[in-house]
Design a protein around this ligand. Structure first.
Ligand code: SAH
Ligand code: SF4
Length: 346
């Protein structure tokens, strides 16, 4: 089925064979530059607008929209064709607006601390479903007088396990929505061949690698795919990624109390980066609690001490604010049907 943001320009042309070429351009500009629905494309004749609404249906049905206490984080829960549910989060900062997108309904990677991993895999998202998440969030931002500037592939699912649709969506976001590749970040659990292919793709997007452990025995336990792609192979792929021009790399590290938050863990991480000459930026975030994982996130003091230890060893690290904890904005928590404390629902 052809959907509103799944259709390529050629497919749109084929749907509207009797229309002159400039009409196709108008529709394309309406969809991507103006973020308009067909009904809002007032430059088009009324009959064509109605026809387009039928020809190009949305692929995401809004189930719920939740706004954080301070109005800066908006979470969308969508239902897909087939009934599965996914999430998108819009985060408004003073200097930028970031959309966090899902790439799969569920995930097959089985990381025990992650709500999406606990739910298991349902299906891949299409490029159209990924692009539409950004457009729908951007329409919301536009209503608040804001423009989406950044996209992070850090929602539900593993982007590099759904590579082609993810890449197709990146090209669409870059070419048609007009975002720069430097403002797009793909987050991966560490699929080595996928990282190598990403390094050779033409658009220099940023990469975030969810490391969480700097030795194989701990990483095997936290991130099962490490058994297939152990740390040495992962670090070599990261180094290769950095060598291809203009790319930025970050390591994600969810701090889990007494599991990976000790000074010795920070020292091991700093040494790992040094020995593989991978000058990555480390993003530290205390683990968000999920019902399927009994261990807690680290205390604020532990997080800061871990950060200070890394910095003292010459590594680059920042503590990330836990955005939207009050609306369960961590990966997959809402779609997994967890009881969430909803402060305000719109
Ligand atoms: N599959 C990709 C992208 C989606 S997960 C990946 O793993 O990178 C996005 C990020 O959320 C990852 O860094 C993941 O490790 C992290 N994450 C998952 N569950 C979390 C939790 N309960 N608390 C904090 N971070 C979590
Ligand atoms: Fe999948 Fe990422 Fe969650 Fe692991 S952390 S289960 S790879 S979504």
């Amino acid at each position: 089925m052809i959907t509103r943001y799944g259709a390529t320009r050629d497919e749109l042309q084929n749907l509207l064979t009797t229309e002159p070429r400039y009409r196709i351009d108008q529709v394309w500009t309406g969809l991507y530059s103006e973020l308009s629905t067909p009904e809002e494309m007032t430059a088009l004749p009324k009959t064509l607008r109605a026809h387009l609404t039928d020809l190009l249906p949305n692929s995401l049905l809004l189930v719920e929209q939740i706004v954080s206490d301070d109005d800066t984080t908006i979470k969308f829960l969508w239902e897909l064709d087939g009934g599965s549910r996914i999430e998108t989060v819009l985060m408004l900062y003073p200097d930028r607006a970031t959309v966090c997108v899902s790439t799969q309904a569920g995930c097959a990677m089985g990381c025990g601390f992650c709500a999406t991993g606990q739910a298991g895999f349902t299906r891949h998202l299409t490029a159209g479903e990924i692009v539409e998440q950004i457009v729908r969030a951007a329409q919301h931002a536009k209503g608040m007088g804001r423009r989406v500037s950044n996209v992070v592939y850090m929602g539900m699912g593993e982007p590099l396990a759904n590579e082609e649709p993810v890449w197709e969506s990146i090209v669409r976001i870059h070419d048609d929505l007009g975002l720069s590749a430097r403002h797009l970040t793909v987050s991966t659990v560490g699929i080595v061949p996928g990282i190598n292919r990403l390094a050779s793709r033409p658009l220099p997007v940023n990469l975030a690698v969810s490391l969480h452990a700097a030795n194989d025995s701990l990483r095997d336990a936290l991130v099962p795919i490490n058994r297939r792609y152990p740390i040495k192979a992962l670090m070599e792929a990261c180094s290769n990624f950095l060598e291809s021009k203009n790319r930025r790399l970050t390591f994600e590290w969810a701090l889990i109390s007494e599991v990976n938050d000790k000074p010795s863990d920070a020292i091991e991480l700093a040494q790992l980066c040094r020995s593989f000459r991978v000058p990555a930026h480390v993003n530290l975030i205390p683990l968000n609690p999920t019902p399927g994982y009994s261990v807690k996130g680290s205390s604020r003091n532990h997080v800061q001490a871990f950060c200070d230890q890394l910095v003292s060893m010459g590594a680059n690290a920042t503590v990330r604010r836990n955005r939207g904890t009050d609306i369960a904005a961590a990966c997959g928590q809402l779609a997994a049907g967890q009881p969430v404390q909803i402060t305000r629902s719109k």
